[in-house]
Write a protein that binds this ligand. Sequence first.
Ligand SMILES: Cc1cc2nc3c(=O)[nH]c(=O)nc-3n(C[C@H](O)[C@H](O)[C@H](O)COP(=O)(O)OP(=O)(O)OC[C@H]3O[C@@H](n4cnc5c(N)ncnc54)[C@H](O)[C@@H]3O)c2cc1C
Length: 467
Amino acid sequence: MDLQLTEWHRWCVPRAIDADYLVVGAGAMGMAFTDALIDHADVRVVLVDRRHSVGGHWLEAYPFVRLHQASLFYGVASTALGGGGRQRRGPEEGLHERATQAEIVAYFDRVLHRMLDSDRVEFYPNSDYLGDRTVRSRISGETFEVGKRCRIVDACYLSPSIPAEKPPPFDVAEHARVLPVNALARLEDAPSEYVIVGSGKTATDACVWLLSRGVDPNAICWVRPRDPWMLNRAKVQPEPSVFLGMAADIMAAAAGAASLEDLFLRLEDADVMLRIDPAVMPTMAKTPTLATWELDQLRTLEHVLRRGHLKAVDRGRLTFADGSVTIAADALVVHCAADGLKYPPLVPLWGPHAITLQPVRAGFPCFGAALTGYVEATRERDDDKNRLCTPSPYPDTLAQWARMNVLGTQATIAYSADPDIRSWSDHVSLNPARIPPGHPTSAALDDATERLTSHLPQGLARLTELA
Ligand SMILES: Cc1cc2nc3c(=O)[nH]c(=O)nc-3n(C[C@H](O)[C@H](O)[C@H](O)COP(=O)(O)OP(=O)(O)OC[C@H]3O[C@@H](n4cnc5c(N)ncnc54)[C@H](O)[C@@H]3O)c2cc1C
């Protein structure tokens, strides 16, 4: 009887946990926020995630994924991801290192241990936040709740959806062979044809990976409903003259742009933006970075289907709204068509019910989350914090890319005006636009900062009109 009562109590009466913050989501953003918060405030944080560990979507990512940009720009403020070095061999020799999936997962695990050693953080894996200050373990079923004064931090508002966890957005007939991109690395027999479905970064990774494994370009059919603009990786580097030079190019192009399309064409001329097919005007601008060697590889693929979204896959056939296309009977259709980035409405970072993590400067979500943690630790009033840090969205279309840059630039001007934030962000390698203290001057850096200063007012005004 006593035992039954104890069990009943354990299942039905949530245990109370005393904490100042409950961070929901231990992906890159939740980790970056928590790390900066505990480094600048004496607080207790409970971190929860429904996954089995920290690292978020990287735990389920396809094994050949790498960061699309330099490792230094990703992770948490206290601890650099990787050694900060440049690639010493291969087609990206000279560009900064980009961590692999395994390296990212190991890194977040090390960061977790640093947090646990601080005695300020408790981590509850395999645990769902149910709302209403309550968390339940998926494994033991136990629940706990945090008190009214504990701030809730929504670190999953922008959590991306990935093919490993989202069924394909098209019908699949019984004998059709359709697999998520993750399965490619574990294939046992080569099909005579691969059909890659998706327009984004995952699809480009899958194509480049198949080509690197010796697949004949003619054996790849690419279902690409939209063409993407992508940033030239050589321009998105932690070297200040390079990054600020790119920012100056963007503002100069915007200042003179007659339209959004014209803006992107000017950026293509400036070597900032890349597109796969020079004959097609892209309509998608999530703008991951791409290396020019990858672009050369992607351009070898000639069998591209631009017929809108795929509706159904049968053995030997793809069906679109306007008809069907024959494929090999043994074709392997590779699902790379999850939404990836999310586009919910922007909300104030500090709201009445939660702190909702979103990027602040354009792109670079880890920097935005770390900045939010620093500001939370060092300011009292929410209205003050919201004045300093305003959210910017992830982009999908050309207009949204312009809007992201307008909001991100305005936010950068606002938070950089406070000297301590300026100083903190100059010391943090997650901030792509920093000039680190003591960084040597050079003609290239002077040129980049002068051009940025002179083009910014007109560029920002025109971007605002275009957005
Ligand atoms: C393949 C891929 C590559 C990318 N590469 C880059 C890159 O190179 N650079 C870059 O800046 N961005 C990149 N991104 C963009 C992406 O937005 C960033 O990785 C971002 O930092 C994602 O982190 P997150 O914390 O927002 O989301 P997630 O990693 O998804 O973390 C959110 C976590 O919240 C948990 N969660 C959700 N709801 C609950 C709940 N109710 N209770 C408990 N837990 C919950 C989820 O389990 C998840 O682990 C990439 C995205 C993808 C998909």
